[in-house]
Design a protein around this ligand. Structure first.
Ligand code: MTE
Ligand code: LUZ
Ligand code: MOS
Length: 787
């Protein structure tokens, strides 16, 4: 089954927020934001903007009828700044005008006098100054301190992991439409309609039931709209409340990159202790998360980092420390993987460092320490249905890891400036919101008298295929054609109190809720049939291909007839299903529990070729063995695997999110922020799915797929490093992501660069490699200098 939206998307017919018909008299809002990362507001002057023709009003913090507070976990975030600014892009005022053009022109006429304070952009500096959000957390397993003495080798190091811009195609936007009785309908591009509802109600001083949030679909979220769609929806609602007219607010790409948070950069210190044959005995890590100016979801992201700091490995002695560090950047937020990838990157770096010292293939240590059934994870949950070794062994069987290594070694012996490298990347990702409370969902199912079905769940379609999955699950449960099923927009008046569509769990949670609703309807339909046809066992009734069977034999009724009979017999054809994931819990006082319903496993093998004179590289192949349980829709899930991989590869290689120490993003447009494109993707991409595997915790045995494949991309960093070390076997390259071609070049030829700096070029050695390298670097530098 294709993605339900496939045809409409390709024809450009799918509707997003601003494709909805424009109501008469709609107004447009634009945001005036701080250009200073940290300072005290001395004077805000909006008078001039207010006089521009077409400007209806200019709103500031003083104009909020309710509370100026939109923090989702910790109440530390204003909708509009009061007295002080904390990051570049922080909203300060809102212009409402008759056209977007006028609104943007008016924004340029607002001025603010700010007494600048020194901004902090480095998480370690923030930590040292005590700028910590929430409380730092520590997970313990075994006893690290008393294990170091037993290790043959102890290696320490540091990782600096860059953030990542979401680049959803549809930038942040919302349309607010005033309703009778002082209510408001908000069409929001959000992953979390209930979060928007609560925040809008709060800032307007209204009860939640006065706010209706509706989401047909969103043009990508990737976590960037898990919490951060809220502000723009609230601003549109505020403007609609004041003007009594519908108001739309759309961020330009530039404003979106400037004003919204990103994946959290991390700076981490690791210490790993191993035996000489490659067993990891102890691992200690300290994570300094660059949280940005407000808490947003940072504490939850940090928690997932703690949970994923040992990735797919069993380590008997572990100590993981992590802290959210408040800096003067836009509040960083959810991004596919939600802190997990950062935790995994660091242990992969530690394994690289230890194996390089031991002269052992990296994959040998990885394999030796892979999780086995029943192993204890640092948070107290034992792994079950552990498929780390199974996916690795399948990958090895299909692709022969030792042969790849040998082939690469002999290529590298035969070639001087072109080197190949590879890495194996196993993943183990926990499924469930780490905050147990959020693992609940509802679904409302209506069967209409013609046998067609309408379903509303709390889940948001963001391109990931949720509605296709829900339709497939419902069709299977009802025994009818998927074409009979329509998945409605997500709307807070039809399904209340939904959790964000996030944590890869949307199909799991809403699929289960839908099954529970359908179960109720089927139960009623079956009792009706038992009564009508004088049958004795309701459980022997099934519906297959729309035919109603008893004990496998036709009853003479089909689906439309069954539904008709139910209606005329006054049997309810609607039901509401509610699901709460069973068996999960976590005790934060002990940092132990069973937070995840299950884990997703997989193994990727990534091969690259690096031009060691130019620093450029190609990703030659990515081969994956992935565990989907029993996929509901393999085509859609394969799309998720490839898309997630692309995003992970981009994060590790090209996507350099640069900001300067005044807190301004330098890569603030798609001209300076390089995304992976189709040419960057591997020439060969092969995805094998584990066969004959089940997952009792997922609807019809499926496993969540949204986030885990992103983490395969981490392998690209280590594959490139592998090639770089073939060129400079003794070099100790930094674990600093992304590993851009520029960084590859600079790191491979660091000494040459030093020589250039000191004007000591004449000191160059006679070695061919260095002479060539110097030429390459000189050419490169000239190129940069000549623009
Ligand atoms: N795929 C598309 N096309 N667009 C998206 O925005 N978001 C990702 C992933 N895949 C996303 C996507 C993220 S961050 C998550 S958590 C999951 O989809 C959310 O959907 P799910 O829970 O249904 O997997
Ligand atoms: N959001 C959240 C998430 O609130 N909790 C989580 O555990 C999570 N995990 C992944 C993505 N979003
Ligand atoms: Mo995804 S980061 O859970 O929205």
């Amino acid at each position: 089954m294709k993605h339900i939206d496939a045809a409409a998307h390709t024809r450009g017919e799918s509707q997003y927020v601003d494709d909805l018909p424009q109501p008469a008299e709609m107004l447009y809002a634009a945001v005036f934001s701080s250009d200073v990362a940290h300072g005290k507001i001395l004077k805000l002057d909006t008078a001039k903007a207010g006089t521009i023709d077409g400007v209806v009003m200019v709103l500031t913090a003083a104009d909020l009828p309710g509370e100026n507070q939109i923090g989702p976990i910790i109440q530390d975030e204003t909708l509009l700044a009061v007295d002080a600014v904390h990051y570049v892009g922080e909203p300060v005022a809102l212009v409402v005008a008759t056209s977007p053009e006028v609104a943007h022109k008016a924004v340029k006429n607002i001025s603010v006098k700010i007494k600048e304070l020194r901004p902090v952009t480095d998480p370690r500096e923030a930590f040292a100054k005590g700028q910590i959000i929430g409380t730092p957390r520590t997970f313990h397993l075994g006893d690290v301190d008393n294990t170091w003495a037993q290790c043959d080798l102890i290696m320490e190091g540091r990782c600096d992991i860059s953030g990542q811009e979401h680049v959803y195609l549809e930038t942040q936007r919302a349309r607010a439409v005033p309703l009778e009785g002082g209510g408001m309908r908000i069409h929001s591009s959000t992953q979390s309609p209930a979060a928007v509802q609560r925040a809008a109600a709060k800032i307007l001083g209204l009860p939640n039931n006065k706010i209706e949030v509706d989401v047909k679909r969103i043009g990508g979220g990737f976590g960037g709209k898990e919490d951060q769609a809220t502000a723009w929806s609230c601003l549109a609602a505020l403007a609609a409340w004041h003007t009594g007219k519908p108001v739309e607010l759309v961020l330009s790409r530039h404003d979106d990159i400037k004003m919204t948070g990103k994946r959290h950069p991390y700076s981490s210190d690791f210490k790993i202790g191993v035996t000489k044959d490659g067993k990891i005995l102890a691992y200690e890590v300290k994570h300094y998360q660059n949280s940005g100016a407000t808490a947003d979801l940072s504490t939850a992201v940090l928690e997932r980092t703690l949970f994923h700091s040992t990735n797919s490995y069993f380590v008997p002695n572990v100590k993981i420390f992590a802290a959210c560090c408040r800096t003067n950047l836009p509040p960083n937020t959810a991004f596919r993987g939600f802190g997990g990838p950062q935790g995994m990157f660091v242990i992969e770096s530690a394994i690289a460092k230890a194996t390089e010292k031991l002269g052992m293939p990296r994959e040998e240590m990885q394999y030796k320490n892979l999780l086995q059934e029943g192993d204890m994870l640092p948070y107290g949950q034992r792994t079950a249905d552990t498929r780390s070794r199974i996916t690795w062994d399948e990958a090895d069987k299909a692709f022969n890891i030792a042969a790849i290594h040998k082939r690469i070694d002999s290529y590298n012996e035969a070639h001087f400036e072109i080197k190949k490298g590879f890495a194996v990347m196993p993943i183990c990702f926990g499924i469930s919101f780490t905050n147990t409370m959020l693992n609940q969902a509802s679904s409302l199912v209506h069967v209409y008298t013609d046998g067609s079905v309408g379903i509303t769940t709390g889940g948001v379609e963001m391109g990931q295929g949720l509605i296709t999955n829900i339709a497939a699950i419902a069709a299977k449960a009802l025994g009818i054609r998927p074409e009979r099923i329509k998945i409605e927009s997500t709307n807070t008046t039809r399904v209340a109190n939904m959790s964000a569509s996030a944590a890869s769990a949307t199909t799991d949670l809403n699929g289960h809720a839908t099954l529970l609703a359908i179960g109720q309807i089927l139960e009623r339909l079956k009792s009706l049939l038992v009564h009508e046809q004088h049958l004795s066992h309701a459980e022997k009734i099934t519906i297959v291909d729309e035919q109603v069977l008893y004990d496998g034999q036709p009853t003479g009724w089909d689906w439309p007839k069954l539904v008709q009979k139910a209606y005329t017999s006054r049997v309810a054809l609607s039901a509401h299903g509610y699901y709460a994931t069973p068996g999960i819990w976590f005790d934060r006082t002990k940092e132990k529990g069973h937070p995840f319903a299950y884990h997703v496993f997989g193994t990727a093998i990534i091969e690259v070729t690096v031009d060691c004179l130019r620093g450029t590289y190609d990703i030659n192949s990515v081969k994956i063995v992935h565990d989907l349980g029993r996929p509901i829709n393999e085509l859609v899930d394969r799309g998720q695997i490839e898309g997630g991989l692309a995003q992970g590869l981009g994060w590790m290689t090209l996507e350099e999110l640069k900001f300067d120490d005044t807190g301004h993003y330098l890569s603030n447009s798609l001209a300076t922020y390089k995304l992976p494109d189709v040419y960057f993707m591997p020439d060969l991409l092969e995805v094998k799915l584990l066969e004959n595997v089940d997952n009792p915790r997922g609807p019809y045995g499926t496993k969540a797929v949204g986030e885990p494949p992103l983490m395969y991309g981490i392998g690209a960093f280590f594959a490139i490093r592998h090639a770089m070390r073939a060129f400079r076997p003794k070099a100790d390259f930094p674990f600093h992501s992304p590993l851009t071609p520029e960084k590859v070049l600079m790191q491979l030829h660091a000494e040459v660069l030093d020589n250039l700096k000191d004007g000591k070029l004449e000191k160059k050695t006679k070695r061919r490699r260095d002479v060539l390298a110097i030429k390459a670097v000189v050419l490169f530098k000239q190129k940069i200098e000549n623009g």
